[in-house]
Design a protein around this ligand. Sequence first.
Ligand code: PEP
Length: 257
Amino acid sequence: MKRQLIVAGNWKMNKNLMEAFTLASGVLVKAKKMSDQVEIVLAPPAPYLHTINSMSKDTAHVNIAAQNCHFEPNGAYTGEISAEMLHSMNIAYVILGHSERRKHFQENHEILAKKVSAAIKAGMKIIFCCGEPLEVRASETQERFVLQQLEESLFHLTEVEMKQVVVAYEPIWAIGTGKTASPAQAQEMHQFIRKQLATKYTPKLADACSILYGGSCNPSNAAELFAQPDVDGGLVGGASLKPEDFLQIIQARAKQT
Ligand code: PEP
């Protein structure tokens, strides 16, 4: 089974409007000339979603992701954005379960399960992040930790719904720290996640599910991470803010097809 290769850029809370426009244009101009084997996903801050989605409309292998959504479709939730709204703007993906949302916004398993259901119900695809903190890695219990994240927030989905999910393994100790998981550590966890998907759903679904690595992915380490058989691409934070670096990571993925 040939899985969809994906490189996604999570811009987090960075860039003003002009900077965001420049960054998106820089990526899109080059992306148009690239092979469509690698799906490119841009996750800009919410205020820029509509503009950047319009800019990318004629490049079929580029999709846009929101960085968050609320679990209710509408209502008295000042400041929030629903999956229904995102879907009505033709935004393809929403990132859920990012460790920064878990840490700074107290998004626990239960809240995330509700967000996952809301996004699927609205017709969106999900990039679901999981990954362990350093102390869990130090105690060698990372598999149990990640399995619990999957079981409690994702595995309530039906098999049909689960096909709309991309999993991103993002060890917290590697996010924004410059410390990357070794290719062997990434492969081991990606293989474990795929095995859990096969057990919970079917081997066919597990085989078709794209699993991305995230955590200080950059132009110098991307190729060896992407060379691992269960690493289908990357969720990139810091390096996605520099078009040259992000494009090099996409090229690294394209070369390993
Ligand atoms: C992220 O925030 O999803 C991420 C992987 O960040 P960074 O690449 O900066 O570690």
